[in-house]
Design a protein around this ligand. Structure first.
Ligand code: HEC
Length: 171
């Protein structure tokens, strides 16, 4: 009898231990520190940003209108969040990875999972070349400064972020 009880006890212990392992594994999908800050995708190194290139931003504007505007306005909610101040909220590498690898970003990045839960839609972008994504980023950098005050987050901007964005204001 004692033996049976201890076997049952062991079985319960093993079960609990295994269940614990499993849930650990699920929560783990270990992202590196780099991926947490800069996103998951083809941009795996920090980018070296120059002051805004206006011609490049114009190319990006056209691409943005074609490929992003259906879901993202700059200042108001649509299918996805407004993007006016995105370059102040996220690293440029993160924004690039979101454009180039949205599936994995939504599935694996904790912040994007939260957004997905909020918007209940997944971002889908037709195949985008890296240079096209880069042009769109340039457009977003320009727009972040184009209409100061239109963004609710404006007053919260940290000047440090501004220099990180590496933008020279007014040309
Ligand atoms: C089909 C609709 C759709 C299209 C097209 C789309 N997005 Fe999104 N985007 C979303 C949604 C919805 C989210 C929120 C995350 C989620 O649920 O997928 C999002 C999230 C984002 C985020 C993260 C925002 C944040 O606050 O961190 C960025 C950056 C972004 N999109 C940029 C773009 C860019 C740039 C384009 C164009 C290349 C684009 N998106 C095209 C729907 C879209």
């Amino acid at each position: 009898m004692k033996r049976t009880i201890s076997i049952i006890g062991m079985a319960i212990l093993i079960f609990v231990a295994l269940a614990g392992c499993k849930s650990n594994k699920q929560g783990e999908d270990a992202l590196t520190d780099f991926q947490l800050t800069y996103g998951i995708g083809p941009i795996s190194q920090q980018m070296d940003l120059r002051p805004i290139d206006r011609a490049y931003a114009k190319t990006g504007e056209k691409l943005y209108n074609e490929k992003c505007l259906s879901c993202h306005e700059l200042d108001t909610e649509k299918n996805g969040p407004p993007l006016r101040d995105i370059t102040f909220r996220r690293k440029p590498e993160f924004i690039m990875n979101m454009m180039l690898n949205p599936d994995q970003m939504i599935r694996r990045h904790p912040e994007m999972r939260k957004l997905y839960a909020q918007y209940k839609a997944s971002m889908a972008v037709p195949e985008l070349k890296q240079e096209d994504a880069r042009a769109i980023l340039e457009f977003l950098r320009r727009e972040a400064l184009a209409a100061p005050g239109t963004s609710k987050k404006e007053s919260k901007r940290d000047p440090k972020d501004k220099s990180e964005q590496n933008v020279i204001e007014g040309d």
